[in-house]
Design a protein around this ligand. Structure first.
Ligand SMILES: NC(=O)c1ccc[n+]([C@@H]2O[C@H](COP(=O)([O-])OP(=O)(O)OC[C@H]3O[C@@H](n4cnc5c(N)ncnc54)[C@H](OP(=O)(O)O)[C@@H]3O)[C@@H](O)[C@H]2O)c1
Length: 286
């Protein structure tokens, strides 16, 4: 079975970006906004900031208290939209209950939307127009391409229909000429639907949801899920995906958790930051 490891595929993205950055007379600037101290958000934001700097981008994290009123966050986003030094804006989710994520997304300048989640970029992806593409779905497609997995004409089933992962991934796989099915919590006979998949993507957030009986022998399986199921003796989170590890005995390829889609998400965020910087200056990533 082929292990769809994220780090080598992410490194290929970074190599491409380093070559591009060497030729730029400026340094693209990423601004990540975080509200509150949710431990997973703190860890993700630190990872994105560190990786951005490692690549040679300029990066700053703006931290606000969890009690920040929505108007204050929107005013901050408006300032970042106007700031000519800022190329990319990312507001880390989940947000505290007084802040509506969709309202926040609508406030971000789509040209600086490096998470690819604003309605304009989400719509452009569906229309097959050039866009800043949502990082996790773009990372899944990039991971599959890195390992030479053919997509055209294949039956692809995505379990999960969120705006963050499932829906934009459906648009991207459609663009690759896959025949796409989106399954969700109301899908009847999920096992049967999944067994039709030549490419099966799980993006749900339920450990072990995808069992070997749900996987067609020889299918390619991508596990987007990240589930915290406890802590090890050193107090570190134990992470598992949505796919039962026994699926490795049935699938022809499987992405691990951690170390599969996660590193690709960060790589595509930095790709988008460089792309946004070029776009604002009327240039292209190539
Ligand atoms: N690797 C990465 O970089 C990365 C990035 C983003 C997210 N994630 C992970 O990916 C997972 C999904 O994230 P998300 O933001 O898309 O989650 P989400 O917004 O909670 O969406 C979950 C989706 O799964 C569906 N679902 C729930 N229970 C189901 C079941 N029993 N059978 C079939 N479908 C079911 C839901 O259906 P309904 O629509 O019917 O409710 C929903 O569409 C999470 O574990 C998250 O941590 C990983």
């Amino acid at each position: 079975m082929l292990k769809l490891a994220g780090p080598p595929a992410a490194e290929a993205v970074y190599e491409e970006l380093r070559a591009l950055l060497n030729r730029l007379p400026y340094t693209p600037h990423l601004r990540v906004v975080r509200l509150g101290e949710d431990p997973a958000s703190v860890a993700y934001v630190r990872l994105k900031d560190r990786q951005a700097r490692r690549l040679g981008l300029s990066s700053q994290v703006d931290v606000f208290p969890a009690s920040t009123p929505q108007e204050d966050l929107l005013a901050h986003i408006a300032r970042l939209n106007q700031d000519p030094e800022v190329d990319g804006i990312l507001v880390q989710s989940p947000l505290p209950p007084q802040v509506d994520f969709n309202t926040v997304l609508e406030a971000i300048d789509p040209k600086k939307d490096v998470d690819g989640l604003t309605p304009l970029n989400a719509g452009r992806i569906w229309m097959g127009l050039e866009a800043l593409e949502s990082c996790t779905p773009a990372g899944v497609v990039r991971l599959l391409k890195h390992y030479g997995i053919p997509l055209a004409g294949k039956n692809a089933v995505i379990v999960g229909r969120s705006n963050l992962v499932g829906k934009p991934l459906a648009a991207l796989l459609l663009r690759e000429n896959a025949t796409v099915t989106l399954a969700h919590s109301r899908t009847q006979n999920l096992a049967e639907v999944c067994r039709r998949a030549e490419v099966l993507v799980a993006a749900v957030g339920r450990p072990g949801l995808i069992t070997p009986e749900m996987v067609r022998p020889g299918a390619v399986v991508v596990d987007v899920g990240i589930n915290r199921v406890g802590q090890d003796e050193r107090g570190r989170d134990i992470l598992v995906g949505d796919v039962d590890p026994r699926v490795a005995e049935v699938a022809s390829a499987l992405s691990p958790v951690p170390g599969g889609v996660g590193p690709m998400t960060v790589a595509m965020l930095l790709y988008n930051t460089v792309k946004a910087a070029l776009w604002r200056r009327g240039e292209r990533a190539g």
